[in-house]
Structures are given as structure tokens and as C-alpha cells.
Design a protein around this ligand. Structure first.
Ligand SMILES: [Zn+2]
Length: 349
């Protein structure tokens, strides 16, 4: 943002270059979350968690990318710290991650973002990415639950949902309101999102929602629109709010989103027929990254207070792999966040 504010002093060409890089940086941070920047540390290769308590560990937020998508990120100058197969090969992902069952999350929505892709084959690229995800998941039907991805504002959105359901009727849907720049405060956007949620409810499609659209005022108003204008008249829906509502880490914005949900729950304004869960992936950060700070001891304490407020029955375990492996993140929740074994068992089931 400093670059934008200081623009008058910068030579125009230089300015454009910086803006382009800034946009690229924001895209980088927002679309893939913080997962690459933070995954520079070598992944712990330990295959299974050290668990003697018979715990079944379900990871609700594991990413996969096709080799094509990785190549396109690299063309944009985004550094990848590990060999491609760590991000693209389902055997490697399952082995490295170490969870018993995973939700495998696609990233096809990036092709809808003009900062990422400006060619003429957008829908074709989205389809290929979703095909890669669904094909990878097919190999481990009982362990891997795929979530295909779309940009919900595009004309092909509903067509693509139907196409993916034909391939796997049990698949879920990933939406990323920052990558797709969705503003529920915009009536047009609201209308489209409503129709997509309606299809999801009617077809029993679980939604994983990256809600934060990166607008400085994102928070309470967005939660209220979601609840009052979308969830209000829908059939029961299975909705998971990724990263506790923001884009990773634990900050004032995250607290605002959680407070808004808690308030609505406490006043019983969220219909009980809906199942809304909060995925803790990328929230309890124990390492710094560009743009997102690791949590201080006090912030870990405060996060635990918020976990208690939401209730462990509404929280689910997720790693945002390749950000963390299941073992690494389980250990952080256990030691840094100080969750008890029974709380961990509850969120990991
Ligand atoms: Zn993610």
C-alpha cells in the first residue's frame, strides 16, 4: 500500500512495474493464502502421527495443484520451495501430510482472476484443473474427499458445478472470495452467490468458503449478509468457513468475523438446520511469513479463548497443506495453543 501512496514520487514506468509486482504479490498472498511462503521449511517426512490413543485424524484443508498450474505460477515468478510432486502427486501428499482422511482442495478458481490468467481458454483451464483434482481423489475413494473449485461470478460457474458432480456426486465446492473478488455487499454478487448456495443445499454439496475478500472493511456486515440474505431461506447446508474467516493468522479481522458469528448464534439467528464449521487451518501460525505474522504467546492465549467461545463442536482440524503437515500442525495446536487431548480429538474427528 505504501507503494500506491507514494506513487507521485515514482517515475511512471517504475510505478507500473511496482504496481504490477504489488498486484502479483497480493495475488500470491491471497489466492494461495500463505501456503507457499510458509512452506519453505523442509516438510517433516514422518508418515504417521505418533498417536497411541487411537485418534483418527481428518485434515479438512489439503491443497493439490496440477503440474500445469504449478508451471503457470512459476511463469509468474512465484518461487516454489519443493519439487513439483510435493504439490501435485496424491500419493506424496497423503504420505507427507500423514492424516487418515483428507479433504482435497482444488484451485481452479485462479484462472478466473485476470492478474493470474488473461488468455482465451479460461473455462478450459478451470475444467482441466478440476479434472486433475477429481482424478487424483479417485485413487483413494474412502480417504480423500475432493472439493472442486470455481469462480462463482463467472457465467460457466453453474455449468462447472454440474459437470464436476457428474464425475463425482460426493464432491464438495471450494469458493475463494478474495481470488474471485466477491463482495456480498454488491447486489449482483449476492444474487450469484445465493444461487450457488441454493444449488449446493439442494444437491447436498459441502462448501468450503474462503470468505475474506481482502477489503479493509470485510467482517461483520459480510457475515450478516451471509446469514440473513443467503442462509435464511435455504435448505440445510454444510458450510465450512476456512481459516476462521480471514486469510490466515489471527488478527482483529479474524476476531471481528468470529464475534459476528458468535453474536448471531447467541441470539439464535442462525437457523439450526445448517451445519456451519470453522476450519482452524493457517490460524495458529508458529512461524513468520511475508505479510502474516506468527502468533505471540498472548495471541495464542487469546485464540484459545476464541476457540472456547465458538465451541470445539464447531471447529475442525485443517493444515492448509503444504503449509504444514498434519503432525506439525497437530503438535502446534497441542503445545502452542495448549489444546487438550479431548479437544483435539473432537476437532480432528
Ligand atoms: Zn487453503
Amino acid at each position: 500500500m505504501l507503494i500506491v501512496l507514494g506513487s507521485k514520487k515514482i517515475h511512471e514506468t517504475m510505478h507500473k512495474h511496482l504496481i504490477r509486482n504489488m498486484k502479483k504479490y497480493l495475488l500470491y498472498v491471497s489466492i494461495i493464502g500463505i501456503l507457499f511462503m510458509l512452506s519453505c521449511k523442509p516438510i517433516d517426512e514422518k508418515k504417521k502421527l505418533d498417536r497411541n490413543d487411537g485418534l483418527t485424524l481428518n485434515d479438512s484443508h489439503v491443497h493439490i495443484m496440477s503440474p500445469n498450474l504449478i508451471a503457470e505460477w512459476k511463469d509468474l515468478g512465484i518461487p516454489f520451495s519443493k519439487p513439483d510432486y510435493k504439490y501435485s502427486n496424491i500419493d506424496t501428499i497423503l504420505n507427507t501430510n500423514g492424516a487418515d482422511n483428507i479433504k482435497l482442495i482444488g484451485m481452479g478458481y485462479v484462472y478466473g482472476n485476470s492478474d493470474f490468467y488473461s488468455g482465451n481458454d479460461e473455462y478450459l483451464k478451470v475444467k482441466k484443473e478440476n479434472d486433475y483434482l477429481l482424478e487424483s481423489a479417485k485413487k483413494y475413494k474412502s480417504q480423500v474427499h475432493p472439493f472442486f473449485a470455481i469462480d462463482p461470478l463467472k457465467d460457466y460457474a453453474i455449468k462447472e458445478i454440474k459437470r464436476c458432480l457428474q464425475i463425482n456426486k460426493n464432491s464438495g465446492l471450494k469458493l475463494h472470495f478474495n481470488a474471485s473478488q466477491v463482495y456480498l455487499t454488491e447486489p449482483e454478487h449476492l444474487k450469484k452467490i445465493h444461487s450457488i448456495f441454493k444449488i449446493a443445499a439442494e444437491n447436498d454439496i459441502a462448501i468450503l468458503l474462503h470468505f475474506d475478500n481482502w477489503h479493509p472493511k470485510f467482517g461483520k456486515p459480510d457475515v450478516e449478509i451471509l446469514v440473513h440474505k443467503i442462509l435464511k431461506d435455504l435448505e440445510p447446508i454444510n458450510l465450512t468457513i476456512a481459516h476462521f474467516g480471514t486469510s490466515g493468522g489471527f488478527n482483529q479481522k479474524t476476531k471481528n468475523v468470529l464475534e459476528a458469528f458468535i453474536e448471531l448464534y447467541n441470539s439464535e439467528r442462525i437457523p439450526k438446520r445448517h451445519k456451519i464449521l470453522f476450519d482452524i487451518s493457517a490460524v495458529a501460525l508458529d512461524k513468520d511469513s511475508e505479510g502474516v505474522k506468527k502468533l505471540t504467546e498472548d495471541e495464542f492465549k487469546e485464540l484459545k479463548v476464541y476457540c472456547n467461545k465458538i465451541g470445539f463442536d464447531k471447529i475442525i482440524f485443517g493444515t492448509d497443506y503444504p503449509l504444514y503437515t498434519s503432525k506439525e500442525y497437530y503438535d502446534i495446536l497441542n503445545t502452542k495453543l495448549n489444546l487438550s487431548k479431548s479437544d483435539l480429538k473432537e476437532i480432528a474427528k
